[in-house]
Design a protein around this ligand. Sequence first.
Ligand code: SAM
Length: 286
Amino acid sequence: MRSEFQRQTSELLKEAQLKAEAHGLHVTAMEWEWLLEFASGISKMERLLGSVAPTKADWESVFHSGLNRRLQGEPIQYILGSTEFYGRKFAVGPSVLIPRPETESLVEWAADIGNRQTAPRILDIGTGSGCIAVSLALEVPGSEVRAIDCSREALAVARSNASTLGASVDFERTDVLNDAIPDPPYSLIVSNPPYVPVEEMEEMQREVRDYEPHVALFAGRDPLLFYRKFAETLRTTLRSGGYIGMEIHAQFGPEVAKLFVDNGWRNVMVKQDLAGMDRFVVASVD
Ligand SMILES: C[S@@+](CC[C@H](N)C(=O)[O-])C[C@H]1O[C@@H](n2cnc3c(N)ncnc32)[C@H](O)[C@@H]1O
């Protein structure tokens, strides 16, 4: 027999889905499950298996307040205050980009390179929530990791994530387009810089356009701005045999690769994400 909680939650989940459809929003069933778990303190498995009762008295009002925020278009990760990245939970808020699953492939590539280097020194440019830097600090034992961002608010979130997850990362406010790179040389540089052309702003999902920080998304009129700067200036900040790996917009693989070839980098390669889209460019120095 279904418990009172099971009956109530199944109605709430249906109501949430209907409201989302009426608002013209595409919300996955998983998002409502996350919100329900967040509000009630009961996992989906616990709820489906037994006659559990929620641990929080105000769980329904927490669910409804989250539902209303989601119906306005706010991403579920900001409502929950966290997201999973590379098997760990990262706090997120409006001052940082929500880490994306495709970026995990960049971490996988970088961890593999870092673990084959002697005394790896890693730099993450545009660290945001710190998801790449913190993951690498934990996945590459013995590495020295530094992470920079121009946003003080983002750096505060990143520092807090590093501390919660027990990662040793040096954070520093640096504008990579105008300031010198701190404390070179590195053996590995990683970056997921802003790369969305401003022309795409109108057609973007409203969750992204209206809620995620524009400084993290858009590179102004020149979507290659950051890659041009990296290709022209970062060779001298790498140790001999060092690597760079960057996330890119799927449309610009060949253009980004050409910038690196033209600037004398070696082993320049465009790599694909799990969906088969061009998503990364990697290169090395002699
Ligand atoms: C696409 S987000 C990436 C965040 C995080 N690394 C990730 O992968 O989820 C780009 C980051 O670059 C930072 N950024 C933008 N312009 C910058 C600049 N000129 N110098 C340093 N960081 C910058 C933004 O604040 C933002 O945190």
